[in-house]
Design a binder for this molecule. Structure first.
Ligand code: THU
Length: 162
């Protein structure tokens, strides 16, 4: 028996003013997208902005439904929109942020497992790391160089029958 330690690498920026210009701009787009959330049930507004290799930015927000599981997170809304509009263009970066209307988010929003899985697949598809920028409404901002750092030991298409 042996024990393996998995490590995650992330950069932490102390605030928005520390961000490189391109990441700051992408985060602004994610913030604007959050304002377009349809979240009458949770009242939690999430926005995601994906920068593609062709320079286009595609955004998404969480979309809820009275049948709760029918709703979709901002990250997947953005990823599916980007892949539908530009199926052959790799994703370069994704910024995600959220608005909690009752209490300001002081730490970065954390994507759910399903969103991590979906983003990982696009990263694999294009054989290009997808950088992830996570922010709250104030405080630190996390920057991951790859979705793989957010989802180690991932299920992938290689497990499926040939
Ligand atoms: N949500 C997202 O859109 N992204 C996340 O990273 C976390 C959660 C949404 C789903 C639901 O509409 C609301 O936030 C509360 O869970």
């Amino acid at each position: 028996m042996k024990t393996i330690k998995l490590e995650t690498l992330m950069h932490v920026y102390e605030g928005r003013e520390e961000l490189p210009h391109d990441l700051f701009e992408l985060l602004i787009e994610a913030e604007k997208a959050a304002l377009k959330a349809y979240s009458p049930y949770s009242h939690f507004q999430v926005g995601a902005a994906i920068l593609l290799n062709n320079g286009k930015i595609v955004t998404g927000s969480n979309q809820e439904n009275a049948v709760y599981p029918c709703g979709l997170c901002a990250e997947r809304t953005a990823a599916f929109a980007a892949s539908s509009a530009y199926p052959e263009v790799p994703f370069s970066k994704i910024a995600v942020t959220a608005i909690n209307p009752t209490e300001k988010l002081k730490e970065p929003v954390s994507p759910c497992g399903s969103c991590r899985q979906v983003l990982f697949e696009y990263e694999q598809k294009f054989c290009q790391p997808l950088e992830v920028i996570l922010a709250g409404q104030e405080g630190s901002i996390y920057h991951f160089q790859s979705v793989a750092h957010l989802l180690p030991y991932t299920f992938h298409a290689g497990f499926l029958p040939k």
